[in-house]
Design a protein. Structure first.
Length: 101
């Protein structure tokens, strides 16, 4: 079994640190997970809905550190993106800057 839809506390509507989720999925026997917190909104911060733009590099860094620490499972770098037709280009530009799985 695989779970690719795991939010953490950065989005503002979930609880728990990334490492807690990784440890839990190891405990229950999953072999692969995808962390997928909400991509920051490109027009302004929306606390309670998504991480802040300033948190995005930290999100990626922490996932990379967890991949190194917990090499016995696959940890995918995911992101959940909200769709706004008038912001498609800005969202695409932001996404292109990062190596999401």
């Amino acid at each position: 079994m695989i779970d690719y839809h795991i939010h953490i506390n950065l989005c503002g509507h979930a609880v728990g640190e990334m490492e807690q989720y990784v440890e839990k999925v190891i405990e229950i026997g999953l072999h692969e997970i995808g962390l997928s917190d909400h991509l920051p909104f490109v027009d302004f911060d929306r606390p309670g809905f998504a991480m802040k733009l300033s948190q995005l590099p930290l999100y990626l860094q922490e996932i990379e550190e967890l991949r190194e620490k917990y090499s016995n499972i696959t940890i995918r770098l995911g992101i959940e993106v909200d769709y706004f037709p008038h912001l498609e280009n800005e969202i695409a530009e932001l996404l292109s800057q990062y190596p999401f799985d």
